[in-house]
Write a protein that binds this ligand. Sequence first.
Ligand code: UD1
Length: 421
Amino acid sequence: MQKLVIEGGKPLFGEIITQGAKNAVLPVLAACVLCKGTVRLANCPCISDRYASARILTALGARVTTEGSSVSVCCDDADSPNIDSALMKSMRSSIIFMGALLGRYGKCTLSCPGGCNLGPRPIDMHIAAMKRMGAEITDEHGAISCNAPKGLTGCRHSLSFPSVGTTENIMLAAVCAEGETVISNAAREPEICCLADFLRACGAKISGDGSGRIVIEGVRELYPPKDPFEIIPDRIAAATWLSCAACAGGELLVRNCNPAHLEAVIPIFEQTGCRIRVFGTNIYIHRRERLTAPETIRTTVYPGFPTDAQAIIMAPLCTARGTSVFVENIFENRYRHTEAMRSMGADIRAEGKVAVVTGVPALHGTVAEAPDLRGGAALVCAALGAEGTSEIYGVNYIDRGYEDTERLLCSAGADVKRISE
Ligand code: UD1
């Protein structure tokens, strides 16, 4: 078992380079199933969810080679359309293979995905979408068998909610399906546009990504782009480093990010009194004084405030002057980090969708368990600003989405050690 031991109260100075986006690389890796030849990807984050994707691809018969942030995937010899339940449980994004495998083989067998416990995370929309495209789907004791003996057919999808995962699954199922697919009320997240860019670079015909109405004309085959395809920067990792500086104080330059993807997040830091400057692909943050509570933060779909940044931004607000209010609209169970924050002295009341944070003058160190990926990252942020030592367990959650957490933070002056017990 590993823990991060964090000596709080050390301001951050320096710079942190943003990793490639977790939520972009995972669907792109699944998309490789549809390509003939070797796909080369650049700026892939070294995180455990990426390794889980590579394990799934390898189990499907693909060849995956890795050198740092570069990954090559060749699925030419892949012949299995099935993913066993242990691999499916290793992360939520395993479900994205459903569309890709159906697109390639016209069949697949998998099970419900795993991932962080954020409350109910059903896959009914994914299944309904695949059925609309001609797949017959049965669920026997958890084994989900999908069969489209005549292949998938393009159709019109009008999503009841702009689900990120469902939009991705439909895109993957549709790129090589017969005819035209239209997704209305599609998710507009930057990671959707990254997947569309990748598929287009492979020869897919997709338009409208980022607009909420995606149109896909099926093509026969996809071929890898000539140059390595670059994964977009991770907007949530960038938000996390900003939050670390907002907690610990100091001046930090978060480099190689896309500030346009953080348009709902940056103003919140500004409202708290942090000085923010955006230079091209860099964001500078300077926190000198005690922060002030910002306006109510409501998580919603992109381009609104991301649910993935909710816990992360709560950390600095625990010690802000005034009362901060959060409304979590995406997931039912996404305040599990608040218990550990309370053990650090935070005054947080969470009920249903709403959390009310009354700023206290300071937090103190604690021993706590990361409840999930972003909740764990939030505890690291909080511990950096707390007085004394914190021990954060459940590091495996944090490693799902963050590369080199302790090295990056230490390079900016933090005192963070990973200890194996
Ligand atoms: C969600 C987030 C995404 C984030 C990811 C990881 C949104 C819109 N999506 O993506 O930004 O990066 O978690 O934390 O913010 N739902 C159903 N049935 C389904 C699929 C989804 O009811 O078949 C519901 C979910 O329970 C949830 C909502 O739709 O309440 C969002 O789901 P979706 O966008 O699909 O989730 P993810 O793809 O996991």
